[in-house]
Ligand binder design. Sequence first.
Ligand code: KG4
Ligand code: ZN
Length: 332
Amino acid sequence: MLLALESSCDETAAAICTAEGEVLASAVASQIEIHRRYGGVVPEVASRNHILHVRPLVEQVLAEARVTLPDIQAFAATSGPGLVSSLLIGTSMAKALAVAEKKPFLAVNHMEGHLLSPFMAGNGPPRRSVALIVSGGHTMLIHMTGVGDYRLLGRTRDDAAGEAFDKIAKMIGLPYPGGPEIDKLARQGRPDAYSFPRSFLDGSSLEFSFSGLKTAVLYELPKLDLKNEIVLADVCASVQEAICEVLVEKLVLAARLMGEKLVTVSGGVSCNRGLRAKLTARCEKEGLTLLLARPDLSTDNAAMIAYAAAQRFQLGHTSPLEADVDPNLPLV
Ligand code: KG4
Ligand code: ZN
């Protein structure tokens, strides 16, 4: 069994999984309500709250899994990318547990957690596929041939998809984090009410750009009566449609270019209902098999970190205790 901690941003999380990747316990302490007051994550506040939550969470997952510390074979934590002061809390705790229990420590890349999450909950093992990772900080297309064998096909040139959702939501007066708010309101709106730009770049590009969309919404703002619920819902549905169409089309294109039939989608934005529906329909039409991360495994959690650590541990990987955190840790 492995115990993993996640504290890269504003969620403190702990999980225990078996070496085969079966999750025995998983708990998340969200700080969303605290950071909402500031309209975004305040790193110092996040770090202090990680300190408050991390130990109770470890005790909670041990109790849930009905195990004690000596039963754990290895301790893992997210070591990047993320906020330095936040990453330090999870890694310090995992290293301390590893030292105290005389067990190995594993530093996990947060993006590998997202990347492998669609293979959890019975969809494993991780295998050849084209992956779309869409989170608050990243938008990437990856060609994966096995655990640790990843090739970057494209990423965003500016904002991440989640960042675009959050920034546009803020512009139209919705609370942080804006992605789920837009998702909720979009259900009552018409996706073709406004034709916001889709940035496909040149036809075969697997890179993304969402800054033009943000600017387009900004220019449209003075003309919009956002107090009118119908207008607000239409804007949300149209923004969501513009973001999701590009994500879906680029994933399909990447799969075609790589000659792969299996595609996966993960990261917080993969919770988006519009995106899930569009992906399901489009992949069926293209004859692609789609693995979507389960919504509770899409937003930040430690179960995906434990799962990634288990995959690495099975391959004989461990990390030195000197392994530092890295806010810009690359996946490839
Ligand atoms: O993966 P994640 O929890 O954290 C990062 O690693 O960044 O992703 C958070 C992002 C935020 O930008 C949030 O607005 C977005 O995922 N998000 C959504 C939805 N749920 C979360 N975006 C659109 N629709 C949603 N339902
Ligand atoms: Zn994440």
